[in-house]
Write a protein that binds this ligand. Structure first.
Ligand SMILES: Cc1ncc(COP(=O)(O)O)c(C=O)c1O
Length: 404
């Protein structure tokens, strides 16, 4: 859990180093697996060739992902996993002679990465502003941001009315739209926005009804973050394409995987070489990354990881119940191991003036937290001890009292 600074202080990593670390820094089991793999084979081209660690990982991953997702394409990180999903969706239709079905729908507040295609599907933000010219047009529809409901309703009495915008769009443009991309149940960088499960279920049903592929970007939510292995499991939803990365290697190595169904994969099986998916990165399926991922999944098999996740979720929910009573806190939200508060500040959003003050306060108090503007969230590695997690929330409470 702890990072040691040059000047001899200890800082608790309460955001899992940008949401990648699951079982602690320098986890000995993952470290040993990488070392052992490096002595056997560091890397081999994954075009026309394969290797044992990648084959093992494919088998292991298939045990955890929704059963329909039988095929996988390796890449380098979350952004490339998203690029691959978008390109697969577009080529899926063009391989069937429906090249005009190439438009993408994405959600307000969405974030899918910093490469050009991933930036296009991400919502407008300070991250994308200088690159407007590089972002291809995308249909943007409401997300289920209940605290700031886009259609002005209350969750207690609504019928997930925010999804109607998507419903209308798909009904009108089903012949042009290839895919809808969503961060299932939890929009991360957009402000740790937690959706009702019904929203995701309705998105799935609409995609099926209108013959549009559903892409679940589980780059953040995968590997236990929401309390289940994948957020889609929590909603009982199976996407056509799914992107995973971040936690896949336990936070050790960079790796992305895009999974798809038989139906998607079959569109690429053809005598016509123009139906090939011509996409590859030099380090695709890197053996060291595969070894780390295998060791990570072995830890899920051997250790009480979901008990640890349950403990984090319980403490979050206890502490958030207290937080909710504070006048400085506008909203408190949680899903599994992610607990967040949205503060009542003069200026909301990523560039909120409160953000640098909060960040500095946390670091001075030995806690690494990176608020998303006026949203403070905790997303720790699963090995955090109860007293460490309480300490993190104590510091947040102190910050709220001192700074607001
Ligand atoms: C949902 C989601 N998708 C994609 C990405 C991009 O991943 P990477 O930073 O590994 O490229 C992120 C990163 O935060 C993410 O949260």
């Amino acid at each position: 859990m702890w990072l040691h600074t040059q000047d001899g202080r200890k800082v608790i990593d309460a955001i899992s180093s940008w949401w990648v670390n699951l079982h602690g820094h320098a986890n000995p089991r993952i470290a040993a697996a990488i070392a052992e793999q490096a002595r056997k084979l560091e890397h081999v081209i994954l075009a026309g060739f394969t290797q044992e660690a990648a084959e093992q990982l494919a088998v292991r991953l298939r045990k955890w992902v929704p059963a329909e997702l039988k095929h996988m394409f390796f890449s380098d990180d979350g952004s490339t996993a998203v690029e691959v999903a978008l390109k697969l969706a577009v080529q899926y239709f063009s391989n069937q002679g429906r090249a005009e079905k190439n438009e993408i729908v994405a959600l307000a507040h969405g974030y899918h990465g910093d490469t050009a295609g991933a930036m296009a599907v991400s919502d407008d933000s300070p991250f994308t502003e200088p690159f407007r010219s590089m972002r291809y047009p995308v249909h943007r529809v409401h997300s289920a941001y209940c605290y700031r409901c886009p259609v002005g309703l209350k969750r207690e009495s609504c019928d997930i009315d925010c999804v109607r915008q998507l419903e209308t769009l798909l009904a009108e443009r089903r012949s042009q739209i290839a895919a809808v991309i969503v961060e299932p149940l939890l929009q991360g960088a957009g402000g740790m926005i937690v959706h009702p499960v019904e929203f995701l279920q309705r998105v799935r049903a609409l995609c099926t009804k209108h013959d549009v592929l559903m892409i679940a970007d589980e780059v953040l939510t995968g590997f236990g973050r929401t309390g289940k292995m994948f957020a889609c499991d929590l909603a009982g939803v199976s996407p056509d394409l799914m992107c995973v990365s971040k936690g896949i290697t336990g936070g050790f190595m960079t790796m992305g995987v895009t999974l798809c169904t038989d139906r998607v994969e079959e569109a690429f099986r053809s005598e016509d070489r123009m139906h090939t998916f011509y996409h590859g990165h030099s380090y695709t399926g890197n053996a060291l990354a595969c070894a780390a991922a295998n060791a990570n999944l072995q830890i899920f098999d051997d250790e009480p990881v979901f008990d640890r996740i349950g403990m984090i979720a319980r403490i979050h929910s206890e502490r958030l119940a207290e937080m909710r009573k504070r006048h400085q806190v506008g909203d408190a939200r949680q899903i599994g191991t992610m607990g967040a508060i949205e503060l009542r500040t003069e200026d909301a959003g990523y560039l909120s003036a409160m953000r640098p003050k909060l960040y500095g306060f946390f670091l001075e108090h030995g806690v690494l937290l990176r608020p998303l503007g006026n949203v403070v969230y905790v997303l720790p590695p699963y090995v955090i001890a109860p007293e460490e997690l309480h300490r993190v929330w104590d510091v947040i409470e102190e910050a709220v009292e001192t700074l607001l």
